[in-house]
Design a protein. Structure first.
Length: 194
């Protein structure tokens, strides 16, 4: 298996030379960071560029392994998440958790994809009852989400094909057990990139 530094070099070679992140960082900038042996910065720039330019699952696997070797656990999980999205598609939503005064959760949860709540996305059982679906949840731009808070989230459904009917503007409900835990409005649904 390649070391983290080799993996970063190989990953940058998978990007087009003209690739630029929203913040203006380029493939050339990544090469400079690699030359300076600033591996964590190189990884961060690669993540920024990959947010703008479609990349393969191989790219994400390389970055996940590099992050694992550098002991950057959250970055590793993020790269694994993004690789999953390439294969299965992306569902993004704005989630508002109920407050504790509304019988919502009592504490914040880690936003790094480990929580697997149930979702009412409109599917029904044969007798007309809500057929809840499981999806892991990643909070964008925040390490956690607490009662009464709102944030953009990414969802990784256990059965992605059951979520294909959703479109921006649809409202879905998050459950932890049967009580309602939050309401989310879909803001983006993208198909797999494979």
């Amino acid at each position: 298996m390649d070391d983290a530094f080799t993996l970063l070099r190989r990953a940058v070679d998978l990007l087009p030379e003209e690739a630029v992140a929203e913040n203006g960082q380029t493939v050339g900038d990544v090469r400079v960071e690699i030359e300076l042996q600033d591996w964590e910065m190189a990884l961060d720039v690669l993540l920024e560029i990959a947010d703008v330019h479609p990349v393969s699952t191989v790219f994400w696997e390389m970055l996940a392994e590099a992050a694992r070797q550098m002991m950057l656990d959250r970055s590793r999980r993020w790269c694994e998440w993004r690789g999953w999205e390439v294969k299965h598609g992306t569902v993004r939503a704005t989630l508002t958790l109920l407050g504790t005064d509304e019988s919502g959760r009592r504490s914040a949860f880690s936003g790094d994809g480990r929580l697997r709540p149930l979702w009412d996305i409109g599917n029904r059982t044969a007798d007309g009852q809500p057929d809840l679906n499981i999806a892991r949840l990643w909070v964008e731009f925040a390490p956690q989400l607490g009662p009464g808070e709102t944030a953009d989230v990414r969802l990784a459904p256990l059965q992605p094909e059951q979520w294909r009917h959703l479109k921006p503007g649809d409202v879905i409900a998050m459950h932890e057990a049967r009580p309602l835990a939050g309401i989310a409005e879909i803001i983006e649904v993208l198909p797999p990139h494979v």
